[in-house]
Design a protein around this ligand. Sequence first.
Ligand code: DNO
Length: 357
Amino acid sequence: MEMTLRWYGSKFDTVTLQQIRQIPGVTGVITTLYDTQPGELWEQERIHALKEEVAASGLHISGIESVNIHDDIKTGLGRRDEYIDNYIKTLENLGKEDIHMVCYNFMPVFDWTRTELARVLPDGSTALAYTQEAVDALDPEKMFESIAGDMNGTVMPGWEPERMARVKELFALYKDVDDEKLFANLKYFLEAIMPVCNKYDINMAIHPDDPAWSVFGLPRIIINEENILRMMHMVDDVHNGVTFCSGSYGTNLKNDLPHMIRSLKGRIHFAHVRNLKFHSPTNFEEAPHVSACGSFDMYEIVKALYDIGFTGPIRPDHGRSIWGEVAMPGYGLYDRALGATYIQGLWEAIEKGAIRK
Ligand code: DNO
């Protein structure tokens, strides 16, 4: 594995490349052209400039999170073929710049959904949190408004104000899209992009739906082992893989995370490792990465990744806001840096333990 950190680019992130470079063991960043819109073609020059900027700080680009998918592709409507063509050209440009991993999601309307961005924990830190009760009580059109005040002036991925202004229209777009339709549209997209992925050896890593169930009655398909295996088999190519995000699959306590990792051997191209603390099956917060602080056995999760021979980029995921840091919720420096060193500690112990046996 390679330890990485997500970085949104110097115009958008409160964390600098220099700071990331100083986190022990972190050698790469997972980044994006954050100001591009879904469906837009990424020019090679811009990718190249980003690559140079990252390289100048002594790091490199380990992958992209995300090249977002236009709603016409997810719904199978309108200009989907044109947007798929742009996606293919974007992948080609990434490949030419020697970038080989792309994370994306196929979630309708909302990307990841949390109902609180700053739940205060007993130690005074704040964390992202979710309760189903809050979602059930909310008009989806008010979802953005309900959390916007806690975004610390940042633009959160999937929660861009321009997109949120169109929520009603987006809901209308998905009105005839059910799980089967979404699977079919995903298949159509994957089949179209696999040739370019093969040509440039680009690993596509679909991000799970977060939370891993339907919200606001919208279809959500990347939620459990059965569905991801279906997705992998329907376009059976090694480049059609997944982002294993413990905090997303883990929202559903029925998902056995280490078991899922083992069943996805060879197709996990990217790992997001984080812990959650449950108060009930539908009320949880994003805990510090350490096992003792949350509900997951992080040792078992990292061990499963080690056991399947995972060699891709791994990143700590959302952190709490600690030590007074003001940043994009989930994406401050300090708690994620602690997460990065903790995960590396687990990895080292597992690796050395395995060698000595
Ligand atoms: C949230 C992230 C997601 C993820 C996308 C991938 O913090 O994990 O926004 O990046 O779903 O496309």
